[in-house]
Design a protein around this ligand. Sequence first.
Ligand code: HEC
Ligand code: HEC
Length: 152
Amino acid sequence: MKILPILMITLGLVTAYTTLAEQTVNTGGLETIRGASTIDQTRKADRLKRVIKDKNPIKRNYVHQPPVIPHQIRGYRVDTNSNKCLTCHGWKYAAETGATKISLTHYESRDGKTLSEVSPRRYFCSQCHVTQADAPDLVDNTFKPIESLGND
Ligand code: HEC
Ligand code: HEC
């Protein structure tokens, strides 16, 4: 049997198919604020930012703002079995640790009932509270913090 011609035809077909696929598949090329990347490439991850480590609370910018976290939280677990944040910020431990107590709103359920434990909707702290890093703004911003909260 002549194996060589069969092999060559198969190879030719495969090459033609791949070239065709490359031509028809749109790989994205979307421009985002992180830069441009295509879906067929794995973009190099950015370096982690250095999170602010000092312990003084950071001024709030508006009423009802979830205060930002003035310390690092790397390795602080929050899952079904334990919540590291509450071991300092829970009412039971706050006096001892010097951390701000979570406020009453963290005990309120969605329909306004006050519970005896942290409400499930306030259990995953980093959903609303975030650490800070000295990083440039990603987008232009003209927001001004309100004066009555001690901002200049
Ligand atoms: C080891 C204890 C400890 C742990 C654990 C901890 N914190 Fe804190 N946290 C503090 C202390 C102390 C402060 C500063 C309070 C002060 O100086 O008034 C603080 C400040 C804060 C503030 C600012 C409060 C304000 O009034 O501005 C937020 C928000 C916060 N922490 C959130 C968190 C979250 C979310 C976690 C879990 C991911 C966490 N913390 C884990 C001790 C802790
Ligand atoms: C759904 C959003 C949300 C989640 C989740 C949440 N918080 Fe808050 N937190 C807020 C908001 C908004 C405020 C400010 C207004 C208020 O007190 O409700 C606040 C206030 C605080 C304060 C300051 C309280 C004060 O008296 O000034 C601390 C400390 C805090 N949160 C810690 C936590 C911790 C710890 C967790 C996790 C167990 C958590 N928060 C989960 C939204 C949230």
